[in-house]
Design a protein around this ligand. Structure first.
Ligand code: FAD
Ligand code: SF4
Length: 512
């Protein structure tokens, strides 16, 4: 064997750089399902099933393309349980002259595979991942000599370099950013009829995976009942088209809106297909731009959507690869509490959080504002160790791969990097949640109350957060208004907030 091409579960692209120069007469592909990838964090059933189903379908695509494949199934007798052990065994039996892969999305996996290949006396040829617009090197060049990193400038650079939404050398519409035109809530009448989610009924291959996950990972969180994710490239393209036609026009306006019992709203639900590389980031961005140019979607929606992919998604990848491995350990706010046990069940009387957690466990999905301003906000205010929050996020979402999950969780949501990723901690009272959705109407708490039995835990904990971190945040001009309001609290108010916060904290982190 000349070349063994390693393909991981999030590298399901027949055109990936690892296949450049592939010759079926001399080369072969290697894929392995390893239990460790589902247990190193306590992966949800939906997440495990999605990865396995997509991998098995990709194996079929490889065979159809005539590429010789060595594929190890989880339920093969003698499966060694880890990618490293499986690879070591394959290198011994296949004796390839060289090993090639596309740059992986997880530091831990990269380190362990590299070590195995080197121990076998070979060099691991890691190729650039062309899926992304920017290389890590380009990000590093952008970041060099900057005291703080901000999305906006990096995003503008990429728009210019790749000619996305550009006209006569400037941004289409004369502005780079339409955030101010977006961010509406639904109003008291609610979202009305939202287009139904694009669903893909499990075929025989997927059904076999679902049964395997149900038995092998019976105790893992979440449920498989609603499993309907795209697991092939053809299905992912159908999902993309449905999004562009049905949801993109209102994506921008309702990007930040929430509504109880409405998990999907106008979001694309394409993150998993993108992260598994069933779709390329370029084709998704181009489809959104084409919809705008054809008059199908307003500019603020197309720009708002493209900003998420060409902007945020590229930006967090740059942060991950320039900051690892130290990033994983950061805890700038010295948060030390344990994650509430009910994060794994959704069993809480806070209506907004119950809704977001229940939906997460049912579908492996929550949209951005739920992840940031409901689920993540609560752990930030409570003071949960960011590493535990990270492990939870990496477990539960179908789109969770460490390069994208970690900076979003530890950096953007928990401020664990002390402001590298976000210019200030994303903190708010329950009134923000009330403004963006309708959960408070069905909740036993009151977002306007700071102390007392009916005080919304978010509101109490928000003031407690400012009290606890007043000194640290004092130099941050973006926090000036919030700290000015804090200064109005007298000593008695402060003591009452602290006491109520301690009660909430004790109840939330008590052993079940
Ligand atoms: P849409 O709202 O339709 O957005 C379009 C696309 O933009 C997404 O599919 C995604 O690819 C990209 N995108 C949007 N926001 C971000 C962002 N902040 N960072 C990177 N890409 C973004 N996204 C993941 O893909 N995997 C994760 O594990 C993940 N963990 C997160 C954890 C936290 C605490 C937070 C606050 C955000 C996280 N995100 C993650 C980002 C974002 O919430 C999801 O990408 C989005 O909710 C996926 O749903 P969607 O496809 O309907 O997105
Ligand atoms: Fe959430 Fe507070 Fe509103 Fe209840 S009152 S739904 S806990 S924000």
């Amino acid at each position: 064997l000349r070349t063994l091409v390693l393909v991981l579960g999030d590298q399901l692209d027949l055109d990936a750089a690892a296949f450049d120069g592939f010759d079926p007469a001399q080369d072969a592909v290697w894929m392995a399902e390893a239990a460790e990838e589902s247990t190193h964090v306590w992966s949800s059933k939906q997440r495990i099933a999605l990865f396995l189903a997509a991998m098995r379908h990709f194996a079929e695509a490889l065979r159809a393309a005539g590429r010789p494949l060595h594929y190890r199934r989880l339920d093969d007798p003698g499966n060694l349980g880890t990618l490293a052990a499986e690879l070591q065994a394959s290198l011994a039996s296949l004796s390839p002259q060289r090993v090639v892969m596309t740059a992986p999305g997880d530091w831990r996996v990269w380190q362990s595979l590299k070590a195995v290949v080197e121990r076998a006396g070979l060099v691991l040829d890691v190729r650039e991942d062309r899926h992304f617009f920017a290389t890590v090197r380009e990000f590093a060049a952008h970041a060099k000599n900057r005291k703080s990193l901000r999305l906006e400038y990096f995003y503008r650079e990429l728009r210019q370099r790749h000619g996305v939404l550009m006209e006569d050398g400037g941004p289409v519409g004369g502005r780079w950013n339409f955030d101010a035109d977006n961010r509406e809530a639904f109003g008291s009448e609610g979202p009305g009829l939202v287009p139904p989610r694009a669903t893909f009924a499990p075929d025989a291959v997927t059904r076999e995976v679902l049964a395997l996950v149900e038995t092998r990972f019976a105790q893992h969180p979440g449920s498989l009942a609603s499993f309907a994710w795209p697991v092939t490239r053809a299905q992912a393209l159908t999902a993309l088209q449905a999004f562009i036609e049905e949801r993109l026009p209102l994506f921008g306006r309702y990007e930040d809106a929430m509504w109880p019992g409405e998990p999907w709203l106008y979001h694309s639900q394409l993150s998993a297909a993108l992260n598994l590389k069933l779709l390329t980031a370029r084709e998704v961005v181009h489809a959104a731009e084409a919809a705008y140019r054809a008059g199908h979607a307003p500019l603020e929606s197309a720009e708002g959507f493209i900003r998420q992919i060409l902007g945020w998604r590229e930006y967090v990848r740059g942060i991950y690869w320039t900051q690892m491995p130290g990033y994983l350990e950061r805890n700038a706010l010295d948060a030390r509490h344990d994650l509430p046990a009910w994060y794994w069940t959704g069993d809480t009387d806070m209506a907004c959080l119950r809704d977001a957690l229940t939906q997460t466990l049912a579908h492996g999905y929550a949209h951005h504002i739920q992840r940031l301003m409901v689920i993540g906000l609560f752990t930030l205010l409570l003071g949960v160790r960011p590493q535990q929050v990270h492990a939870w996020y990496l477990s539960v979402y179908v789109d969770a791969v460490e390069w994208v999950e970690l900076p979003n969780t530890l950096g953007m949501s928990q401020y664990g990097d002390g402001g590298l990723m976000a210019s200030k901690p994303y903190v708010a009272t329950g009134k923000y949640i009330q403004r963006m959705g309708n959960s408070c109407a069905g909740c036993r708490y009151d977002p306007a109350q700071r102390i007392g039995e009916r005080a919304c835990p978010y509101t109490t904990l928000y003031w407690d957060f400012l009290l606890r971190h007043e000194k640290l945040l004092a130099g941050n001009t973006r926090m000036a208004m919030q700290l000015k309001n804090l200064a109005r609290l007298n000593d008695a108010d402060r003591a009452a907030v602290r006491q109520r916060a301690e009660e909430i904290r004790a109840a939330a982190t008590a052993a079940p």
